[in-house]
Design a protein around this ligand. Structure first.
Ligand code: HEM
Length: 164
């Protein structure tokens, strides 16, 4: 037969352990979950590749428009008939975006100042190129919030690309 004091102690023990369990559950619920990288959310390599291919096609098409802002810098590449240079730029961009968005790719190209040295790229040209990237992402179905994330990652490169 339990005395009322022992009954009370037992109830207290049960209550404490129940609270402890609840506390542990709450802690687990709050445990940090590995965040999905932007690279994965974009759709991994197939998505990054599709965006970069569309982007290159957009840039080439833009150089053929009457008010082109990209003709000056990209014509030497496009008109050279040197498909290796275009393919190399494409592959470098896939690696660069793949790495910058948290994917497993590794960019092995030139630094941004070295890649754009002597091109004297203006802010207008920089913005025109980023606009083509935005159009490419839209046409490949990248949601607006993820487009913003990509642009926010690339925007800080501006000072190492413009006026080099
Ligand atoms: C966030 C913006 C930019 C990024 C991430 C970027 C990235 C790159 C990369 C990765 C390369 C290749 C480097 C290598 O060959 O090792 C490259 C080259 C080049 N970029 Fe950019 N770039 C940007 C902005 C611009 C702008 C604004 C222009 C011109 C308007 C431009 C024009 C070029 C040209 C013409 C090449 C040289 C291709 C060649 O001759 O092989 N880039 N860029």
């Amino acid at each position: 037969m339990l005395t009322s004091t022992r009954k009370f102690s037992l109830a207290l023990l049960l209550a404490t352990s129940l609270l402890g369990t609840l506390g542990a559950c709450k802690k687990n619920a709050e445990a940090p979950v590995a965040a999905t990288s932007l690279y994965e959310r974009l759709g991994g390599l197939p998505a990054v590749t599709a965006v970069v291919d569309q982007f290159i096609a957009n840039v080439v098409a833009e150089t053929m428009t009457s008010n082109s802002k990209l003709k000056r810098t990209f014509d030497p590449l496009v008109q050279s008939g040197n498909s290796y240079r275009v393919a190399s730029l494409r592959n470098h961009l896939i690696d660069q975006i793949g790495q910058a968005t948290g994917g497993p790719l590794v960019y092995k190209g030139l630094s941004m100042p070295a890649a754009h040295k002597g091109m004297n790229i203006s802010e207008v040209e920089f913005n025109a190129l980023v606009a083509e990237l935005g159009k490419a992402m839209t046409s490949k179905g990248v949601p607006a919030n993820q487009q913003t994330e990509v642009v926010n990652i690339l925007a800080p490169l501006k000072s190492s690309i413009v006026a080099q």
